[in-house]
Structures are given as structure tokens and as C-alpha cells.
Design a protein around this ligand. Structure first.
Ligand SMILES: Cc1cc2nc3c(=O)[nH]c(=O)nc-3n(C[C@H](O)[C@H](O)[C@H](O)COP(=O)(O)OP(=O)(O)OC[C@H]3O[C@@H](n4cnc5c(N)ncnc54)[C@H](O)[C@@H]3O)c2cc1C
Length: 360
């Protein structure tokens, strides 16, 4: 059983959980352009408190001890192998695509820490901060800065008609009011011309002709889906126009018996959440185990059911806005679920690690 080759492309939430779960059941290779897994929803706390990053940036080798780790990007896939940017050809019996979203971030953990420290120093020395984008990243970052540095002037400029458009209108309006109460200026239905600013001239023009003064800005407009590398491959017809991968009920790429896809990149109709990506990984771990064991297991494969639109957006260290199936609440109660530790201890435990990093 352990000689079957499973290649997982993408070491984000879905890929990391899957690699951890199946490392003893097959000959597993994890392909990721960086040496570490980073807990995405905790990174904004890392910007206001860089020491927090020590728990959220986890070398893949800490939880994935058994298989092979290839630190490079996948650039092609054939019926039998994955090709990486550094020229490696990695053979597979089973392939799992988990390339969620991409962004250029450093290769090593220590370089990533340096980046957190630099960004933190910029925030500390700025009197005013412009945040472009009012989705979950923009809102959580604005809230982190407004709570930890109440004297700084924070402005969010958002193109859409409301904040947090991926969830309901109640969450948007409650969040808008909360940000206002923290003196965050929210400008909706406007965009910003970033090239209108320079080092000396710290002003930005919006599409409505307003001028915003800000010492620094953060671009929080969402990262691109990580499927561009598949566009010229044998899977090119399995992509929707928006880049999502078509999967069947077992989370296999449509019509493929040995290629799965999991996480934010798949076309299951549910909001994109790490907790769901982790659920995809658990299901595919079970399905892979069945297939690897051999015999006629097709009828036994587990099926995936889209999850309801539940989401919690943290608002600083103590509060949050949460959308549950029958209600939307903002305040300390949802904050108690997410905002203190941002699920970091839980995610570390899911990866088989101690919730805290031992000080050396
Ligand atoms: C601000 C914010 C708050 C959030 N809060 C929550 C929350 O409270 N709860 C929750 O459940 N979810 C939350 N989410 C959503 C959650 O982070 C995502 O749903 C989750 O990260 C998706 O996991 P993934 O593995 O599919 O993709 P990702 O985490 O995006 O990982 C993709 C991985 O693939 C790698 N990759 C990309 N291209 C290639 C390639 N060509 N070759 C090799 N590797 C590649 C990337 O480097 C990365 O490691 C939040 C997200 C944000 C931005």
C-alpha cells in the first residue's frame, strides 16, 4: 500500500491537512513554492504583533515528516507526472490539486518573519493607513489596526456597494457601523488610483475625486486563484472561466479516476473557508485510502455535501461578526469563538503540533 505514489500540489490549509493525514498510508510528495505552511486567517494579527507569526508560520517538515517535500511551483501536469518550475518530474498514481490562491511570498520561514517585522514597523511609524478592499482581509486588517493603534487614522476604500460581500447584508451593515464606531473611514463604491501617490506626496485620489491622505497603504483585494498553471495542461477543459476546477461528488476532477481537487479552488457551491477546505482534505484522505487498498471500491467512495454559509470575521482581539444559518451577530460572543487565538492552537493541533511554540 505504501508504495502507491500520491502527489499533493499546494501546501495551504487543504494540502497541509491532507499531507499530514495520509503520510503513513502512501508514498506522499507535497509540492509547494515555500518551505512552510501559514495559517492564512491569522496573518493580519501577525502584522500588528509580529511575535504572533511564530505560531502561524509552520515549516512543512514539522507536521509532514514522512514523505518528500518539493519546494517549487507546479507548472505542468500530464497523465502520469507533475512538472515543477525547477525542472523536476514527479510521478504519481494519485494526484491531488490544492493550489487555492497564490501570492508572491518568501520561500523561507525566517524571510517571512522579516517581512512581518518590516510591515509592523511601517504600521507603527505611520499616522494614517489606507486599506484598499473591503472584503474579509481588508475588514480584519482595518479592525486589527483600529483596535491596537486607536490613534491612527484608518480608511477603507471599497469598490463594491457593501463590505464583506461574500456573506449577507446584515453582516455588512453591522460591520460598517462597528468600523465607524472605531473611527475607521469607510468609502464604498470607489476605487483608488495607487499610482497617484508617491513617497513625498502621500495622497491618493479616489474614482469619485476625493483625496485621501495616508502614510502607507495595504492592497487587500483578494489573491488570484491558483489555477493559471493548469490552463495549458491536460486539465485545461476542467476549468471554469473563473479558474475553479470542476469536481464530482467524490471531489475527483470530473471524469478522472485518479485526480482529486480540494480547497478554495474547487467549484463546489459554498463559501470558501479553511474549515471546509480541511473537510475536503479529510474526505479525500478516506477516498484515497480506499482506492489505494485496491479491489472494487468505487461504490464505497465518500461523497461531499456543500456546507451552509457560516463565517466569522474577527474585529480586533475581542470582537467579531458572525453569520450563522439563522442569525448574524456582532460583538464579544462571536469574538470569544475566533478573535482571541484566531483558531491558531486548534489548527496547530489538527496538524499534530503543540498549540504553542516552545521558547528556546
Ligand atoms: C482574512 C481572511 C480570514 C479568513 N478567516 C477564515 C476563518 O475564520 N475560518 C475559515 O475557515 N477560513 C477563513 N478564511 C479562508 C481560508 O483562509 C481559505 O478558505 C483557505 O486558506 C483555503 O485553503 P486552500 O488550501 O484551498 O488554499 P490556500 O490556503 O490558498 O493554499 C494554497 C497553497 O497552494 C500553493 N500553490 C499555489 N499555486 C501553486 C503551484 N502552482 N504549485 C504549488 N503550490 C502552489 C500556495 O503557495 C499555497 O500554499 C479566511 C481567509 C482570509 C483571507
Amino acid at each position: 500500500m505504501a508504495d502507491k505514489k500520491v502527489v499533493i500540489v499546494g501546501g495551504g490549509v487543504a494540502g497541509a491537512i491532507l499531507a499530514k493525514t495520509i503520510q503513513n498510508q502512501a508514498n506522499v510528495t507535497l509540492v509547494d513554492p515555500k518551505e512552510y505552511f501559514e495559517i492564512p486567517w491569522a496573518s493580519l494579527r501577525g502584522l500588528v504583533e509580529p511575535s504572533f507569526a511564530e505560531r502561524i508560520v509552520i515549516n512543512h517538515r514539522e507536521y509532514f515528516k514522512k514523505g518528500d517535500l518539493v519546494v517549487s511551483s507546479a507548472v505542468n501536469v500530464t497523465e502520469t507526472e507533475v512538472v515543477t518550475a525547477d525542472g523536476q518530474h514527479i510521478a504519481y498514481d494519485y494526484l491531488v490539486i490544492a493550489t487555492g490562491h497564490t501570492e508572491p511570498i518568501p520561500k523561507t520561514r525566517s524571510e517571512r518573519f522579516d517581512q512581518y517585522k518590516e510591515e509592523n514597523a511601517k504600521i507603527k511609524s505611520a499616522s494614517s493607513v489606507l486599506i484598499v478592499g473591503g472584503g474579509p482581509t481588508g475588514v480584519e486588517l482595518a479592525a486589527e489596526i483600529a483596535v491596537d493603534f486607536p490613534d491612527k487614522k484608518v480608511t477603507i476604500v471599497h469598490k463594491g456597494t457593501r463590505l464583506l460581500e461574500y456573506i449577507g447584508t446584515k453582516a455588512s451593515s453591522k460591520t460598517f457601523k462597528w468600523l465607524k464606531s472605531k473611527n475607521v473611514d469607510v468609502k464604498l463604491e470607489q476605487s483608488v488610483e495607487l499610482s497617484s501617490s508617491s513617497e513625498e506626496n502621500k495622497t491618493y485620489q479616489t474614482s469619485s475625486g476625493e483625496t485621501i491622505e495616508a502614510d502607507i497603504h495595504f492592497l487587500c483585494i483578494g489573491k488570484p486563484l491558483g489555477s493559471a498553471w493548469l490552463k495549458e495542461t491536460l486539465l485545461k477543459d476542467d476549468l471554469h472561466a473563473d479558474g475553479k476546477i470542476k469536481v464530482d461528488e467524490h471531489l475527483r476532477v470530473n471524469g478522472r479516476s485518479n485526480i482529486f481537487a480540494i480547497g478554495d479552488i474547487i467549484d463546489v457551491q459554498e463559501i470558501k473557508q479553511g474549515v471546509y477546505a480541511s473537510g475536503h482534505a479529510q474526505l479525500v484522505a478516506k477516498n484515497l485510502k480506499l482506492l489505494i487498498e485496491g479491489g472494487d471500491r468505487e461504490g464505497k467512495l465518500g461523497t461531499y455535501k456543500a456546507q451552509p454559509p457560516i463565517s466569522i470575521v474577527s474585529l480586533g482581539r475581542k470582537q467579531a461578526v458572525a453569520q450563522f444559518p439563522f442569525m448574524t451577530v456582532l460583538g464579544r460572543l462571536p469574538g470569544m469563538i475566533k478573535s482571541g487565538d484566531l483558531f491558531v492552537g486548534k489548527t496547530r493541533k489538527d496538524l499534530g503540533l503543540q498549540p504553542n511554540v516552545k521558547k528556546s
